[in-house]
Design a protein around this ligand. Sequence first.
Ligand code: F6R
Length: 353
Amino acid sequence: MTSALTSRPGRLMAAEIREQPAIWRNLLAHGGAAGIDAAAEMIRARRPRAVLFVARGTSDHAALYAKYLVEIRHGLPAGLVSPSTMTAYGARPDLRDVLMIGVSQSGGSPDLVRSLAVAGEQGALTVAVTNDVSSALARTAHAHVDVLAGPERSVAATKSYTAQLLALYLLLERVRDVDGRVAAAPLPDLGDALLARADEIVALAQRYRFAQRMLTTARGYSYPTAREAALKLMETSYVSAQAFSGADLLHGPLALVDPQVPVLAVVASGVGGAAMGDVLPRLAERSADVCCVGHPAAVADAAVGFTLPDGAPEELSPLLEILPFQLLALHVSVGRGGDPDAPRGLSKVTETL
Ligand code: F6R
């Protein structure tokens, strides 16, 4: 029998959002056991000249974050591969100098598994970053990393996303012989402090309760946050949300902006946030209804916003930035009478090609 408690809409998603700082703490304490050190050793030994990622949905946004890390901190070319090129189209690129990282919560999407298998046949070193180390993806890869998020039951991925971000960060830092746990150490406490302010997001959700369309935007390391925020709003609240990098927004999509379309902008401290300085005045010219998630000065300039806690370096800020958007998606959905744990037409593992 289903109790009133178990059937409360969004119960699973709310619990999984709250769990995140504890998951980060655990991953920081047990990253070695999660396979990070072994995978990093294997990558260092192979000295890849390029890194490709293969992933879908939320995991693809974690991969996009890691692409920024590789390009900026390793100075290597990096890209996101469409699984269909090697599966449906049968492409067989020469991947002998390449590291291919498959990112997947379930490790079960057949197109990812097949892509990683083909990449291995084509000479790539393959690594799976997954929440299920018994999965086909983990078994297919040369090495695997466990993101240690624990079972994720809400259809909308939340805790697996930030666990993927942190695992990818720790792995990629370890590859360049840096102990990422030092810079990441403050994150769990900052996350707890942020989540203690969930009431602020409940008020924001009220503001956007009837929104049909939204835009999200950010630059640099925060761009994956804009993408993931839009996905969460689409799948849980059925908001038609489109994400643009702040740079791309100015090359056409700005015409979409009017006071009726709320714009959610991420303006964290650092290079990416500073680059948003070119974007925000253009939004103001269009009388945009801007909600800013970012540092205090940026939030003070916006109509509404949510201030991010200070203390995380720019490259780790995405772990914190996404939390208010996860809460926003949850509360907009519940406020509209939906159940974000079971969005219409979706199930946990996609089997797309
Ligand atoms: C969104 C979501 C999906 C998954 C996607 C990939 O909240 O959960 O977009 O991220 O279906 O699934 P995995 O990561 O299991 O390969």
